[in-house]
Design a protein around this ligand. Structure first.
Ligand code: PLP
Length: 359
């Protein structure tokens, strides 16, 4: 008999919001306050971002990541411009053309690069390929950190892209839907991975981290965000009860809660990756650097896992994708490993070996 659907590893947004965050939302539900972001909670959350990034950045709160990315990119571009990004980037594959829509036609120029990361040389080639008036003028670069394949750019890698961008007059956007997982993985100061490496604007993900709803858009280059509030309003992204989008961040950014929960998710992903790497017939496809594990499993194993209720995507990154979140437990990981072990064939001779583990 098939077991009931189990969404534990399907995505990091199948989890609810973490309890500390919900308590902050409840605390924000007291009394009357100014609307549209003029309230003290929004001010407090914005200040927390400025402290975190050690700079006087401008902060906006929107409902979701697609809006954060598209509206941020639209602020960097005119309609006749282009944005260079990775072929696997969420802005290209999963936003239904919103970046093009909100920028009135800015084109995404796709490049490839190993492990889901932009390659500075490929970016350089894309920028310099055409300079004529018949081609949309490159004006921005968008990178996802962590990447859609669960890999993380080193600060030096971001800085190298930042340098190429600067050389060619491109603005830099970072899609940080899982920014917390990247910072937790690297153990660097958030400033080092962003504005100090040349990032102008960051989409800082809250939902996958543990809020019920809401992402922050952080402009390090404040001139670029000057009219951002109008853009949000026009796009239907200006929350009138802004305090509820802001409140989660007042606790997430306090005492490093954001990093604690991201580190735990990363550690569980490593636990899963390490366990899968030694199973015969299973190949872990990418280094496990954040909270995602991608694995190639024998075709029939998917059938068995599905019957046992496991839900996961197989169309991202060319394998099964398993995501860990703030609410994943070691027992969840062990249960999945147990079922995958049963779903893959036994090693015929009894001596198991790792196959094709990428270095
Ligand atoms: C989830 C995600 C987003 C945001 O998606 P929404 O569903 O619009 O909130 C953006 N970028 C990446 C890389 C993501 O994984």
């Amino acid at each position: 008999m098939d077991l009931p659907a189990n969404y534990t590893f399907a995505s990091d947004n199948t989890s609810g919001a973490c309890p500390e965050v919900m308590e902050a939302v409840l605390r924000a539900n007291i009394g009357k306050m100014p609307s549209y972001g003029d309230d003290p909670i929004t001010a407090q959350a914005s200040d927390a971002f400025r402290d975190l990034f050690e700079t006087d950045c401008d902060v906006y709160f929107v409902f979701n990541g697609t809006a954060a990315n598209s509206l941020a990119l639209a602020s960097l571009c005119q309609s006749y411009h282009s944005v260079i990004t990775h072929e696997f980037a969420h802005v290209e594959t999963d936003e239904c053309g919103a970046p093009e829509f909100f920028s009135n036609g800015t084109k995404l120029l796709l490049t490839s690069g190993p492990l889901g990361k932009l390659d500075p040389a490929a970016v350089e080639r894309t920028v310099t390929k055409r300079r004529d008036v018949h081609y949309p003028k490159p004006s921005a670069l968008s990178l996802s950190c962590p990447s859609e394949l669960g890999t993380v750019y080193q600060t030096t890698e971001v800085a190298a892209l930042g340098a190429v961008a600067k050389r060619h007059g491109l603005r830099v956007h970072m899609d940080g839907a899982r920014f917390a997982n990247a910072v937790a993985s690297l153990g660097v100061a958030p400033a080092e991975l962003t504005w100090k490496a040349g990032v102008d604007v960051l989409s800082f993900g809250g939902t996958k981290l543990g809020t019920p709803v809401g992402e922050a858009v952080v402009f390090f280059n404040r001139a670029l965000g000057e009219e951002f509030a109008y853009r949000c309003k026009q796009a239907g992204q200006l929350a009138s009860k802004m305090r509820f989008l802001a409140a989660p961040w007042t606790v997430l950014l306090r005492d490093s809660l954001w990093l604690k929960i991201a580190s735990r998710a990363n550690a569980l992903a490593r636990r899963l990756g390490d366990a899968l790497a030694v199973l015969p017939g299973v190949r872990v496809l990418y280094p496990v650097e954040a909270n995602a594990v991608f694995a190639e499993l024998p075709e029939h194993a998917h059938e068995t896992l599905r019957r046992r209720g496991w839900k996961y995507y197989v169309f991202i990154g060319g394998g099964a994708r398993f995501m860990c979140s703030w609410s994943t437990t070691p027992e969840d990981v062990d249960a999945l490993v147990h079922d995958i072990r049963e779903a893959v064939p036994r090693a015929p001779t009894g001596h198991e070996h790792r196959i094709g583990q990428p270095s």
